[in-house]
Design a protein around this ligand. Sequence first.
Ligand code: BTN
Length: 243
Amino acid sequence: MAASVKWEIEDFDEVDSTNTLAVGRPPWSMVRARRQTSGRGRHDRVWVSGEGGLWFSLVFPVNPANPQVACLPLVVGLALYRVCGRLGVQGLRLRWPNDLLAGDLKIAGVLLERPAPDRVVIGIGLNLSNHPEQESTELKGMAAALSSLIPEAPDREKMTRSILDELGGLFQAFETAGFSSLCGEINRCWGGVRNVELEVDREKLFGEFMGIDSDGNPQLRKPDGRIQAVSGPYVWKLTEIKK
Ligand code: BTN
């Protein structure tokens, strides 16, 4: 995808979910809203989406025969990491597959859906100057907005443009050089080794999260030192375990 691709942008004050709307749109559509009344997160969670945040969804065409489409969420996470990294956010890191955090506070999340074999909907939620922890008491100590982390957070227009530009370059690299060309950089974004629990089908796996392999699968170091690659698409959820 050329970095200069023109997205067909539709702006709304309020929608239920930009992802839900984008599912019915053609490739290269972008749906953005100031508020979502039923913002959706991964694992069927609610995504709190009040005024001040950046909520948008992109319809991106993919090759149905490319198995690496499953790695796209990681690529989107990298784009968000690069953009926020340039703003000087301290303690910035990714949590597999694509949560963006500052320390333990979540700043952004990505919901990728595949309504048809030849396209994906990439939903991006970025806490810009909203107050997630005030909108939902459950988020206290778990989420933060960029404006509370850096002296001057960019406005949503500038932030949208930076993310689209970054995605343009990364999607191009993904298509021409393949996902493995981005793996090294992604593996430097995890912010160190952490103990995690992976829910896989009906099983729970424990170990130290050691990053991803060249297919985007999470790798666990077991207590005996063995490395176990877990098939990413079967991982329902990753939870970090505090020592
Ligand atoms: C997550 O971390 O659980 C993913 C959150 C994704 C939220 C975004 S906001 C724009 C788009 N519309 C939605 O309903 N969800 C995504």
